[in-house]
Design a protein around this ligand. Structure first.
Ligand code: AP5
Length: 218
């Protein structure tokens, strides 16, 4: 099964993708994580995208499609959770073509619906483990021991460079201008499943499970 988690910055895509990995053995393909990895490695592409990401703008379709294509080749059997990809209609078309070329299909697009005030609250309180990538929040999901990752015990907890009010404004604008048209695109393909992303993390996970297990043929 291949699915997309679609939603604005802070909607909970990464949080839910990690749970799906753990619970269903699926593979999270986060273009945001791939791009951050590239920038941390200091590669030519990483240097090129760093400024764009920090400003909250979208990286070019060509770069992210190339990253996804590489990952699809690595695991021909599928089982992917696309997190933060596609983000434009061109990327959505490219994903359809890539999956078809690998003899695969898209099974569901889960749209996480969250209002803007909540997104701002979530982004401003978010921090992640620099070692294992576990995601936390100052108020709703703090680490059990202050300054120490629950999952791997690392003390390398970080806040993202683009999690600031100025970049968030741009990220939201990019979402509404370039990514939200995908809601209609996937609705028309009969693949869209909206989920209330405002609910607590466990409830959102249950709603997603209901969608994935309740689809015809699943
Ligand atoms: P990316 O890394 O994809 O960031 P994003 O889409 O802005 O999404 P986030 O990671 O901020 O949020 P999320 O929905 O995963 O929420 P999370 O689970 O962390 O992209 C970053 C940048 O890379 C882009 O701006 C762009 O420059 C570039 N890029 C990436 N992909 C691209 C593409 N395809 N094309 C072009 N450019 C691309 O949750 C947020 C917080 O809320 C956490 O603290 C969490 O604990 C908390 N939380 C989660 N769920 C709940 C809940 N139900 N209730 C309460 N709190 C919750």
């Amino acid at each position: 099964m291949n699915i997309i988690l679609l939603g604005p910055p802070g909607a909970g895509k990464g949080t839910q993708a990690r749970r799906l990995e753990k619970e269903r053995g699926m593979i999270q393909l986060s273009t945001g994580d791939m791009l951050r990895e590239a920038r941390n490695s200091g590669s030519e592409m990483g240097v090129k995208v760093a400024r764009i990401m920090d400003a909250g703008e979208l990286v070019t379709d060509e770069i992210v499609i190339g990253l996804i294509e590489e990952k699809l080749q690595e695991r021909p059997g599928g089982g992917f959770i696309f997190d933060g990809f596609p983000r434009t209609l061109a990327q959505a078309d490219a994903l359809g073509d890539l999956l078809a070329r690998h003899g695969q299909a898209l099974d569901a697009v889960i749209e996480l619906r969250v209002d803007d005030d909540e997104l701002v609250r979530r982004i401003s309180g978010r921090y992640t483990c620099g070692e294992c990538g576990e995601v936390y929040h100052d108020d709703t999901r703090p680490t059990k021991v202050e300054g120490k990752c629950d999952k791997c015990g690392s003390t390398n907890l970080k806040r993202r460079a683009d999690d600031n009010p100025e970049a968030l404004k741009t990220r939201l604008m990019e979402y509404y201008k370039k990514t939200s048209p995908l809601i209609g695109y996937y609705y028309a393909k009969g693949l869209l499943y909206p989920v209330n992303g405002l609910a607590p993390i466990d409830t959102v996970a249950q709603e997603i499970a209901l969608v994935l297990d309740g689809r015809p043929g699943s």
